[in-house]
Design a protein. Structure first.
Length: 112
């Protein structure tokens, strides 16, 4: 009985880890959009995201299960990432597109 409660707690912590990683991915979206034109920025943004996401994953893994990796831990991280992606992606995309339009408008006003 106690083991299943421990596993449920670990699952929820790793679900939160997936949500955090998804949020970090969403923060890197503007850099990825800019990086589509500049390959070096695109690669650097992916590398930095990988380092940060890896550190967050290891930190949550150490906090939740003393560093033991279980299949349900990986599954919960993936589910958390998908949950965040489905819930927040439209909002962050809307903000990013408005920012890009505002930036283009400012650039066209400066050219005139």
């Amino acid at each position: 009985m106690l083991a299943s409660a421990y596993q449920a707690t670990e699952f929820l912590l790793m679900l939160q880890c997936g949500i955090c990683i998804g949020f970090i991915y969403s923060l890197f979206l503007p850099l990825r959009l800019i990086g589509a034109k500049h390959r070096l920025i695109y690669i650097a943004a992916d590398f930095i995201f990988g380092l940060i996401a890896g550190a967050v994953f290891v930190l949550f893994l150490l906090l939740s299960s003393s560093g033991e990796l279980h299949f349900y831990s990986l599954l919960s991280v993936f589910c958390g990432f998908l949950l965040q992606y489905a819930a927040m992606r439209p909002i962050i995309r809307w903000i990013t597109l408005r920012w890009a339009k505002h930036k283009k408008k400012g650039a066209s006003d400066a050219a005139v």
